[in-house]
Design a protein around this ligand. Structure first.
Ligand code: SF4
Ligand code: FES
Length: 243
């Protein structure tokens, strides 16, 4: 199929018919910040971090089809400021205490925060209290760190065929739930081989007994910033171990 062209920040980027702007950018090694997108799964366009300007109009790169002649602005200050505000809101909505989190150095939220130059949370912290679920023999779920990207939901439903995770509630009351009679992960057939066990971009679904095994300096985003790592949705790429 013939390749067609869009431009992103004046750089010509080829694409195939049917690809989204995000697909084309990823193939060309152009980084568009994203959190809820992972090319393995159907895009859902919820985090809005990937918003770009397409011929002057703001649109989500992960759900907008590439069309020949689109002139796209991505790395411009107005969009980066918007992304910084979105990241700050995520930080205050949950409890993201990076130095005490086993995912530090391998966390996409933290890495994107660095990329957009976030120096403080800016907004008032909610400091929610959400009980951990440590009922599973090999995993703990820390709901305080969930950013509601629904990657675990999509992975469990579409790849693992188990439908273990779900989102309940609306708007500010949206939250992650476990689909078992007790609501606990330990009462599901969640398994270390599940795709959902490895897909969380933050430290919300964590393997027990495998924490802090990668020395500082060797973690994924110690080695390269998220815009260089490229497909930042693969948390293991370049890292010896995730935690
Ligand atoms: Fe996303 Fe992780 Fe929350 Fe699942 S637990 S919705 S993968 S942040
Ligand atoms: Fe596009 Fe989240 S990555 S909306």
């Amino acid at each position: 199929m013939a390749q067609q062209i869009i431009t992103i920040d004046a750089q010509e980027v080829p694409f195939q018919e049917g690809q989204t702007i995000m697909d084309a950018a990823m193939s060309a090694g152009v980084y568009i910040p994203h959190l809820c997108h992972n090319p393995e799964f159907k895009p859902q366009g919820s985090c809005r971090l990937c918003t770009v300007e397409v011929n002057g109009k703001r649109m989500a790169a992960c759900t907008t089809k590439a069309i020949p002649g689109q002139e796209i602005q991505n790395n411009i200050s107005a969009l980066q400021e918007n992304r910084r505000a979105l990241i700050q809101m995520l930080f205050v909505e949950g409890n993201h205490i990076c130095p005490g989190c086993p995912k530090t150095g391998n966390c996409q939220l933290q890495a994107v925060a660095y990329y957009v130059g976030m120096l403080s949370s800016h907004y008032q912290h909610f400091y929610p209290y959400r009980e951990l679920d440590a009922s599973h023999p090999n995993y703990v779920v820390d709901f305080n760190r969930c950013i509601l990207c629904e990657l675990c939901v999509r992975a469990s439903r579409d790849v693992d065929g188990k439908n273990i995770f779900g989102i309940s509630g609306r708007g500010i009351k949206s939250h992650l739930v476990i689909n078992s009679t007790s609501g606990k992960l330990g009462d599901t057939d969640f398994n270390v081989d599940d795709r959902a066990a490895l897909v969380c971009p933050v430290g919300a679904i964590l393997r027990k007994r495998l924490r802090y095994t990668t020395p500082i300096g060797e973690r994924l985003y110690d080695q390269q910033p998220i815009n260089v790592v490229g497909d930042s949705t693969q948390p293991h790429a370049g890292a010896k171990k995730q935690w």
